[in-house]
Design a protein around this ligand. Structure first.
Ligand code: HEC
Length: 143
């Protein structure tokens, strides 16, 4: 009888560990999309409506270091500061830059990233157009 109870406890414990690990993995994989699954396709098809001119990249740079406050978490070199909890995205990672589209980033700027420190930016501290400009700027961390 005791052995059966022990066995049940062990199985329950292992299941709990597995479940906890999966919940943690959701946001620990930096390449996983941050947008709702039903919007993913539409957002991946969305183009930045503004061309990446030197003037617009410069505007984006000013927003990154200024009123967008991006630099406070993502740092001067785009690699991201060490924060408790989720690390800010490292913009110098070429793989992340390649798989993440401008439309998906705009969604995160509008909505933040749930369960992390990434705050709402567009509609709060910067406009939609400024959001598209700062996206052009963060692309320059790998160029
Ligand atoms: C208070 C800290 C903080 C500020 C300010 C901040 N971020 Fe973030 N950002 C984060 C964190 C933390 C993450 C990681 C979130 C995650 O893994 O889902 C993140 C993730 C991101 C991502 C990755 C989203 C993805 O789909 O992978 C982008 C792009 C981004 N931030 C852009 C910006 C821009 C642009 C600004 C300024 C307008 C900004 N962030 C301001 C903390 C911040």
């Amino acid at each position: 009888m005791m052995r059966a109870i022990n066995l049940i406890l062990i199985v329950a414990f292992v299941l709990l560990l597995g479940w906890g690990g999966m919940a943690g993995a959701f946001h620990s994989d930096i390449y996983e999309p941050r947008v709702p699954a039903e919007l993913l396709e539409e957002l991946q098809d969305m183009d930045n409506p503004y061309p990446a001119t030197p003037e617009r990249i410069e505007t984006g740079r000013k927003i990154y270091f200024g009123k967008g406050e991006c630099v406070t978490c993502h740092s001067e070199n785009g690699k991201g500061k060490k924060l408790p909890g989720h690390s800010p995205r490292n913009f110098t990672d070429p793989k992340w830059q390649e798989i993440r589209t401008d439309g998906e980033i705009m969604w995160v700027l509008r909505n933040g990233s749930a369960g992390t420190e990434m705050p709402v930016r567009v509609g709060k501290v910067i406009s939609e157009e400024e959001g598209w400009s700062v996206i052009h700027f963060i692309r320059t961390f790998i160029h």
